[in-house]
Design a protein around this ligand. Structure first.
Ligand code: GDP
Length: 356
């Protein structure tokens, strides 16, 4: 399954955030290289529709979609030259499908900043520079090789052209994602900055209401998505019983935990969406890539469902809720029969018909 790599400078709150994500008790030490082995945290993507479906179908269980985060060892200036844990860092990030940068905004004087001052813009630039430089190194090696290959094999010309174009973008100091470069033709080169980015700004809780500041930060990273949270508060929230957690959230003026936002935005950033199934046993969200067809969606449940696909019985979540039951939705003519070519829409409630 697809993963999101969590990266950031040392002491920005990555471990705190990751521990909250997994509720693991990994030591969040005030030490630059505390997180050495990458860890994977699998978190549920909150989806209020599942609770509603469970009500309608009397489902015993709710199974949300998940998104996987990998905690990647801290990047430092010079990582692209092998400083700190540079090479390991780069290898781990190559394996991720999206990059989540954690950026420090909180000002706690007891927590040392590697560069001596808290500056989100500088930190973003430091990280992006390391990723850019690593990609440029990859291209500097690849381009002469591709030039040779092109002479024997015309098909390599396309990759060569894309590589040269990418090099130009990187030389201007832009990530390939920010420049809107299509990752598909470049895939085999394993470049890092073609991956989608998202940003978590680790903000003091009392500044989460400062919309002017948040807008400014959002502007630094647009069109990438930005999430604002206080990692320390998030780590407290996951330890509290629901009622107390709600009180703490309300006390910092939030109506949703930052981790829930992160899971949702992360899921979307990976280019994923869900469709829903429900019955007396469970109400469940299934993960598919945006653009998946009905048979492909069926294949996520079981490969036999895809192979033997006949049709999909589909009602949109909103119409099902309006009808109040499957039977009522059917009698209103809101349940459609879709065939092999149908492209799934987010929130489709589905029952597949198939041959075994
Ligand atoms: P990492 O090196 O990026 O993994 O950072 P850690 O999660 O280990 O955090 C470094 C230090 O900053 C620890 O002492 C944390 O308790 C502290 N810290 C993390 N998040 C916050 C936060 O949101 N606010 C404050 N004040 N301190 C934080």
């Amino acid at each position: 399954s697809l993963t999101i790599g969590i990266v950031g400078l040392p002491n920005v709150g990555k471990s705190t955030l990751f521990n909250a994500l997994t509720k693991n008790d990994v030591l969040a030490a005030n030490y630059p290289f505390a997180t050495i082995e990458p860890n994977v945290g699998v978190v549920g993507v909150p989806d209020p529709r599942l609770g509603k479906l469970a009500e309608i179908f009397g489902s015993q269980k709710i199974i949300p979609a998940t998104v996987s985060f990998v905690d990647i060892a801290g990047i430092v200036r010079g990582a692209s030259e092998g400083q700190g844990l540079g090479n390991k860092f780069l290898a781990n990030i190559r394996e991720s499908d999206a990059i989540c940068q954690v950026i420090r905004v909180f000002t706690d004087p007891d927590v040392v900043h590697v560069d001596g001052k808290v500056s989100p813009a500088d930190d973003i630039e430091t990280i992006n520079t390391e990723l850019l430089l690593a990609d440029l190194q990859t291209l500097e090696k690849a381009i002469p090789r591709l030039e040779k290959e092109m002479r024997k094999d015309k098909e390599r010309a396309e990759l060569h052209k894309a590589a040269v174009e990418a090099q130009g973008v990187l030389n201007e100091g832009k990530t390939l994602f920010a420049a809107g470069i299509d990752p598909a033709p470049l895939r085999e080169l394993g470049l890092m900055t073609t991956k989608p980015f998202l940003y978590v700004f680790n903000v003091d809780a009392d500044e989460l209401a400062d919309s002017e500041m948040l807008d400014e930060l959002r502007g630094l990273v647009a069109p990438a998505e930005a999430i604002f949270l206080d990692a320390q508060t998030e780590s407290e929230l996951v330890e509290l019983p629901a009622e107390e957690a709600a009180e703490l959230l309300a006390s910092i003026g939030q109506d949703e935990p930052g981790l829930d936002q992160l899971a949702s935005v992360g899921f979307r950033t990976l280019g994923l969406q869900t469709y829903l199934t429900a019955g007396p046993k469970e109400a469940r969200a299934w993960t598919i890539p945006v653009g998946a067809t009905a048979p492909q969606a069926a294949g996520v449940i079981h490969t036999d469902f895809q192979r033997g696909f006949i049709k999909a019985e589909i009602v949109s979540f909103d119409q099902l809720v309006e009808a109040g039951s499957m039977a009522e939705a059917k009698s209103k003519g809101w349940v459609r029969m879709e065939g092999k070519e149908y492209v799934m829409a987010d929130g489709d409630v589905v029952e597949f018909r198939f041959n075994v």
